[in-house]
Design a protein around this ligand. Structure first.
Ligand code: ZN
Length: 310
């Protein structure tokens, strides 16, 4: 069975991101289609029908093999860089055993101290990792998007979440059960090696974040955080309130207002009613503390990737 064409994927991005969303009428044809059309080139049929997106999404329910190329297309096309770094045999096997899910901004995937039930490889979604002292004192210690994964402590044999995982950006992710992931680690040396390198990157990010919070000024930290968010949102436009930024950076709301105004006066960003637009990426990088470029370089060195992730 062939995968979707590029034109179809670009016309139906949500379908690629959320193939589990199916309209009811499609489900009613499941028995007929699974029996008769199981080996018919579904992609071509789907592209010609009214309501093609729903039909396309329904293919995951109709025939389990149909989901594999679609998850692969999302993981590679968009895509999660850790999955993309795996040997193809291991990547195909892991993708076949995972599922594509939609994460929604504001959702809490797990709380600090809870058991980790799943690992996530974000594609278009991104998630904040928050460390809390108490209910009112939280600090973001990591931001995970398509460059990383959630649940990396399972690599160490620990299934307790070290912090709260809060979805910041709505979008898709590949998800595996924790036990399935642990089995994959045993039989996938490429996965184990890739995630060991990623674990080092996470450790260096945590160390850098601690020093950044102590030594760098709010405006530079805000610029860094906006760049990190831009990279993981795959867009220069994203939504952000002062309250969220303040809690992410562990500062007062007034500090964010002042710093955002300064960046806006320098024409580096536009900020209106929570909508942020990065107007001058290189200028914002120059305004950010060195932690942004340092983290990008570490990621590039160990993951052999030259993009803008920290
Ligand atoms: Zn810094």
């Amino acid at each position: 069975m062939r995968g979707p064409t590029e034109a179809f994927k670009s016309a139906h991005p949500t379908c690629v991101q959320a193939p589990h969303k199916v309209v009811p009428w499609i489900q009613s044809v499941r028995g007929f289609a699974s029996g008769v059309f199981a080996w018919v080139p579904m992609w071509e049929i789907a592209q010609t029908l009214p309501g093609a997106r729903a039909f396309h999404c329904a293919m995951d329910r109709l025939h389990p093999r149909a989901k594999e190329p679609r998850i692969a297309a999302a993981a590679m096309g968009g895509g999660n860089l850790l999955l993309a770094a795996l040997p193809s045999v291991e990547r195909r096997r892991l993708i076949a055993r995972g599922e594509l899910v939609e994460l929604t901004s504001g959702d809490v995937i797990c709380e600090q101290g809870e058991r980790i039930s799943h690992v996530y490889f974000p594609i278009y979604s991104f998630v904040s990792l928050l460390s809390s002292m108490d209910e009112s004192s939280r600090l973001e210690v990591g931001l995970v998007g398509a460059e990383g994964m959630l649940g990396i402590s399972l690599m160490l044999g620990v299934d307790i979440a070290p912090g709260r995982a809060l979805v910041q950006g709505t979008g898709s992710a590949v998800r595996l059960g924790a036990e399935q992931f642990s089995r994959e680690l045993v039989q996938s040396p490429g996965l184990e090696q890739t995630l060991k390198q990623y674990l080092y990157i996470v450790m260096s990010q945590l160390a850098r974040t601690a020093a950044c919070t102590r030594f760098h000024v709010i405006e530079a930290r805000l610029a860094r955080w906006l760049l990190m968010t831009r990279d993981r949102a795959h867009s220069n436009d994203f939504y952000l309130t002062h309250e969220v930024a303040a809690s992410m950076l562990g500062v007062r709301r007034e500090g964010i207002t002042e710093s955002a105004s300064a960046l806006q006066r320098r024409k580096l960003i536009r900020y209106k009613r929570g909508n942020v637009t990065v107007l001058d990426g290189p200028g914002l990088e120059a305004a950010a503390c060195k932690c942004y470029s340092a983290a990008t370089q570490i990621y590039a060195r160990f993951m052999k990737y030259r993009g803008c992730y920290c």
